[in-house]
Design a protein around this ligand. Structure first.
Ligand code: GDP
Ligand code: MG
Length: 434
């Protein structure tokens, strides 16, 4: 962690003595990194303010290693923002412990029911999963499958009202000695009144020990808005973040805690039932500060990219005029920035990517394909028909499928870049929902 942080603050630590201005510059960099990670704007503002206040204090500026001090403050404040310390599941003194799972559709509730079942089974509990998502027969079936994998019984009554299902499940649990009930509920695509009313009815009946909101970490700001709404309707006791494996940036984690005031208790880190971890704020901090590497990446990129060229490129992206020549040029510039592996390793979540996806051989092949095209073709890929594709494939020693793949990738990239460079894209990056 210290290593990564020192990357962000290299300038600070390199200086020996620090001025308020130095800290201001550093804070601006941290702020940008957080916004890029999709952290709620207000949360970022508050965070930066509190770090800045602490960092410009006398003791920091006059300490022997002020840079280190600043790093420590950022780390501590962030851990604080994430809830400070571990927050475990409450176990009812009078069993069964009832865990109510709430959340939007696709957030990962059903999967998490299985994960929690398995987790607590290992801890010596005897959990039972209860199918209260009654709208789709497939949902009940899914919970059954998950329960079987976890080795945990599943209670269901088809389309019966959820609170009635709970009453029956409770009887069953008392009979069989299950000391924990995990209630899977229906989610909708958006918050809606009917869903909330049903959830409230179930909550009133079950008086759960824990009411946990399951949130998809990849959805960023949307997740935070959902959390706020759920917390207002059914008082939550905690949050579970899923799909943290897909997004190591942690933006949602930082915002959710601050916005709801509820602790994050577990994280889901994959699709398998064993992919569950207790939420450790300090570990999440490390993960998030890994984001700091973004800054060194940007630095590296800035050194290597010709600024004028970069501007030209941006113009082209905006006006949708990007062609295969530009694509080739970009690739060559990337190469001159150092090996792709190095670059990927610095991206958030890139550690995983670095091992697998970018293949420098693949890049060389792509280069060869483009070089086998005529200038006209490169400037106007639309004209590359079947017979041209055959010729290009032959010329570069690849198959026609390889040529097709490249052209498809190029189209996709163009679309993506357009999204990112449009006005909307910029606003999205700042966490504004429109
Ligand atoms: P529900 O609608 O809230 O019940 O969501 P599901 O449990 O059906 O999950 C929706 C999808 O997300 C499924 O394809 C899951 O396999 C996937 N999923 C759930 N949790 C995780 C996780 O932690 N990581 C990843 N990568 N996928 C997950
Ligand atoms: Mg479900």
């Amino acid at each position: 962690l210290a290593d990564k942080l020192q990357n962000v603050f290299r300038k600070l630590t390199g200086k020996g003595k620090l001025s308020e201005a130095d800290i201001k510059v550093a804070m601006r960099e941290v702020k940008l990194a957080l916004l890029e990670a999709d952290v709620n704007f207000l949360v970022v503002k508050k965070f930066i303010k509190s770090v800045s206040e602490k960092a410009v204090g006398q003791t920091v500026l006059e300490s022997l290693t002020p840079g280190q001090e600043v790093i420590r403050i950022v780390r501590d404040e962030m851990t604080q923002l994430l809830g400070g310390s571990l927050s475990d599941i409450k176990i009812a003194s009078n069993p069964p412990t009832v865990i109510l799972m709430a959340g939007l559709q696709g957030a990962g509730k059903t999967t998490m029911c299985g994960k929690l079942g398995k987790y607590f089974l290992k801890k010596g509990k005897t959990p039972m999963l209860v199918a209260c998502d009654i709208y789709r027969p497939a949902a009940i079936q899914q919970l059954k499958v998950v329960g079987e994998q976890a080795g945990v019984p599943v209670f269901e009554m088809g389309q019966e009202k959820p609170y009635k299902i709970y009453q029956a499940a409770l009887k069953e649990a008392r009979k069989n000695g299950n000391d924990m009930l995990i209630l899977d509920t229906a989610g909708r695509l958006h918050i809606d009144e009917e869903m909330m009313a049903e959830l409230k009815r179930l909550r009133d009946e079950a008086q759960p020990t824990e009411t946990l909101l399951v949130i998809d970490a990849m959805t960023g700001q949307d997740a935070v808005n959902a959390a706020k709404a759920f917390n207002e309707e059914v008082e939550l006791t905690g949050v579970i973040l899923t799909k943290v494996d897909g997004d190591t940036r942690g933006g949602a984690a930082l915002s959710v805690r601050e916005v709801t005031g509820k602790p994050i208790k577990f994280v889901g880190v994959g699709e398998k039932l064993t992919d569950i971890e207790l939420f450790h704020p300090d570990r999440m901090t490390s993960r998030i500060l890994g984001m700091g590497d973004m800054l060194s990446l940007i630095e590296k990129a800035e050194k290597n990219f010709d600024e004028k060229k970069a501007l030209e490129m941006q113009q082209k992206m905006r006006s949708d005029q990007l062609n295969l020549n530009d694509f080739l040029e970009q690739m060559q510039q990337m190469k001159s920035m150092g090996s792709m592996q190095d670059i990927l390793a610095m991206l958030p979540g890139g550690n995983k990517l670095a091992g697998m996806s970018v293949d420098e051989k693949q890049m060389a092949r792509t280069e060869a394909i483009i070089q086998s095209m005529t200038m006209k073709e490169r400037e106007n890929p639309g004209i590359i028909n079947g017979s041209r594709r055959k010729r290009i494939a032959k010329g570069s020693g690849v198959s026609v499928q390889d040529v097709n793949r490249l052209l498809n990738q190029f189209e996709q990239m163009k679309k993506m870049l357009k999204q990112f460079t449009g006005k909307r894209g910029k606003r999205r990056m700042m966490g504004l929902p429109f």
